[in-house]
Design a protein around this ligand. Structure first.
Ligand code: PLP
Length: 400
């Protein structure tokens, strides 16, 4: 399922691909990937320049907004890991989400999206696409009947976060994909919370898979990046023309950082997920918690779906503290190891209060509908020692 015909891909297992796929070596035979920090490329003759503008091969570059060798290595490695034919790297995760949606729709089109989305994804669907005459319907992503009712003949695409931010709802991707494909719609999945390590998105029916590489791919909180993955026809025919002219290209330096991130991603994510599972089990039922969300717990409403479509539980928990915002803030301010910030997937554990930060701009009614209460804290579990983290969380809960 994760096979690839990209250079260096073959049929290696994901861990091998994460280290080697897509690598390009210069005439010097360097071991570590080179950073091709160049915006342009020299042609051997005027005729060669002309020919390249007519048609450029995968390793013939024109301008770094269109493509660059280090960026191409990152694209090929991500495509190999996800099992798609091709990929286009972008400046950030949001450049990938907005680029994919803008490239594939036009006025008069209809898109159906799950309601529980990252704040900026919601903005692109609600405020940007609609400004250009695309109709967008929102549904409760966990209810197949709502998808069935909203998807109509001619629906261009469905968009969903397979595991939602921040309340960790898990959407039955195969069920939604079946409904979408029946209507001829493409399935676009923002798969950040699942991570490339646990993803089976393509075999479950996703046509387009999007990652913010800022999260687990970097894994060390250094740089922004994103990627759109799909068939060669879709990436080169639909995505590339839009992206190369609108300017959301990934920096070659960031591609190099992210390539290095990929080599250790599998080890990091599995270690972080094991700690997250341990913390979730230890914290479940804590008297200071009204609710605890983690797909790896049997009590999670979509635990079965999660098990069937993810190879692991993920690295994010959500805690809903009794006592609302005051209790959540006391908890956050008491943390000694866990940082208060809003990234996720980092080697450092990070806690976020969505209601006042990432989802602040949403009206109260919409927050309530999404389960973003005043007591909700999203916890991205890092690589620290599990006992140390548990002790930190326990003392902070006492303080709450
Ligand atoms: C972070 C995130 C994004 C946006 O990624 P950036 O790299 O910050 O632009 C999109 N979707 C989800 C689910 C995210 O977590």
């Amino acid at each position: 399922m994760r096979r690839t015909d990209r250079p260096g891909g073959g049929s290696w297992a994901p861990r091998t691909q994460a280290v080697h796929a897509g690598a390009r070596r210069s005439q010097y035979g360097e071991v570590a990937e080179a950073i091709h920090l160049t915006q342009g490329f020299v042609y051997s003759s005027a005729e060669a320049a002309e020919a390249r503008f007519v048609e450029a091969g995968r390793d013939e570059f024109i301008y770094a907004r269109y493509g660059n060798p280090t960026v191409a290595a990152f694209e090929d490695r991500m495509a190999a890991l996800e099992g798609t034919e091709d990929g286009f790297a972008t400046a950030s995760g949001m450049a990938a989400v907005s680029g994919a949606l803008m490239a594939m729709t036009r006025a008069g089109d209809h898109v159906v999206a799950a309601r529980a989305l990252f704040g900026s994804c919601l903005y692109v669907l609600e405020e940007v696409l609609t400004r250009f005459g695309v109709a967008v319907s929102f549904v409760d992503g966990t209810d197949p009947e709502q998808w069935r009712a909203a998807i109509r003949p001619g629906t261009k695409a469905v968009f969903l976060e397979s595991v939602s931010n921040p309340t960790l709802e898990v959407i039955d991707l195969a069920a939604v994909a079946a409904l979408a494909h029946e209507a001829g719609a493409l399935v676009v999945v923002d798969n950040v919370f699942v991570t490339p390590v646990y993803s089976r998105a393509v075999s479950l029916g996703a046509d387009v898979v999007i990652y913010s590489a800022t999260k687990h791919v970097d894994g060390q909180g250094r740089c922004l990046g994103g990627v759109i993955l799909g068939t060669r026809e879709f990436i080169r025919g639909t995505i590339e023309p839009y992206m190369k002219h609108t300017g959301g290209a990934m920096s070659p330096f960031n591609a190099w950082v992210l390539l290095n991130g990929l080599t250790t991603m599998e080890l990091r994510v599995r270690a972080q997920a094991a700690t997250a599972q341990r913390l979730a089990e230890a914290l479940e039922g804590h008297p200071k918690l009204a609710r605890l969300f983690f797909p790896g717990l049997k009590s999670h409403p979509q635990h079965a779906v999660s098990k069937s479509q993810m190879d692991g539980p993920g690295t994010i928990l959500a805690l809903d503290l009794q006592g609302g915002k005051d209790a959540a803030f006391r908890f956050l301010n008491a943390l000694q190891i866990v940082l208060i910030s809003n990234n996720l997937g980092d080697a450092r554990s990070i806690a976020t209060h969505p209601a006042t930060t990432t989802h602040q701009r949403l009206p109260a009614a919409q927050k309530a509908q999404l389960g973003i209460t005043e007591g909700l804290v999203r916890l991205s579990v890092g690589l620290e020692d599990a006992d140390d983290l548990l002790a930190d969380l326990m003392q902070a809960l006492d303080a709450a």
